[in-house]
Write a protein that binds this ligand. Structure first.
Ligand code: ADP
Length: 211
């Protein structure tokens, strides 16, 4: 199954992606994580995109396509992929349709004011990319990744001003994708709930997958 997760930055796509990955045993392709890995590794691509990401803007489509195409060539993607953070423009959605058949698009709806609150509490693991929230989804030990034990950090682009810019970019450039997929009959919308377990239940129902 090829699944696209749509939703504003901080809507909780990464958290749901992780649950779905475990249930279906297919990999998550997060363009945000691939880009951050490129920055951390100091690659040419990483150098090009660092300031764009820190400003809350979208990385040019061609650079993202290269990363996605490379990842899709790996054998573990053969049985299906969970796309997190891609596509983010209509142009990217069209390119993805040329590469493979998207089965379902899960749209996670969360109001902007809730997002702004959430982002201020987000912590990520710089080592394995796991994501936490100090209140909503805390690690077992404060400041330490449950999965790999690394010290959790705050993402550069989670500063309040950058979050506002990212929300604007989302509404302008990414939200139109909903109509694109609705027209294809693939869109399933879930309202994000205050409690993570409630959102997981709704996502599970929307996908028909036990999570
Ligand atoms: P979030 O969903 O929380 O905004 P991501 O980790 O998905 O975070 O993305 C972080 C940043 O990486 C984005 O703000 C953008 O600059 C860049 N990025 C990620 N995916 C894409 C994409 N598909 N196209 C363009 N830029 C992207």
């Amino acid at each position: 199954m090829n699944l696209v997760l749509l939703g504003a930055p901080g809507a909780g796509k990464g958290t749901q992606a992780e649950k779905i990955r475990k249930a279906l045993d297919i990999p998550v392709l997060s363009t945000g994580n691939l880009l951050r890995q490129a920055i951390a590794a100091g690659t040419e691509l990483g150098k090009k995109v660092e300031s764009i990401i820190d400003g809350g803007n979208l990385v040019p489509d061609e650079l993202v396509f290269g990363l996605v195409a490379e990842r899709l060539r790996e054998p573990d993607c053969a049985r299906g992929v969970i796309f997190d953070g891609f596509p983010r423009t209509i142009h990217q959605a069209e390119a993805l349709d040329k590469a493979l058949a998207v089965d379902v698009v899960l749209d996670l709806e969360v109001p902007d004011d809730v997002i702004l609150h959430r982002m201020s509490g987000r912590r990520i693991c710089p080592n394995c990319q796991a994501s936490y929230h100090v209140v909503d989804n805390p690690p077992r030990v404060e400041g330490v990744c449950d999965k790999c034990g690394a010290a959790l950090t705050i993402r550069h682009d989670d500063q309040p001003e950058t979050v506002k810019a990212r929300l604007e970019v989302y509404h302008k450039q990414t939200e139109p994708i909903k109509e694109y997929y609705r027209a294809q009959g693939k869109l399933r919308t879930v309202q994000g709930q205050p409690r993570l377990s409630d959102t997981v239940r709704l996502v599970s129902e929307a996908l028909g997958v036990a999570l």
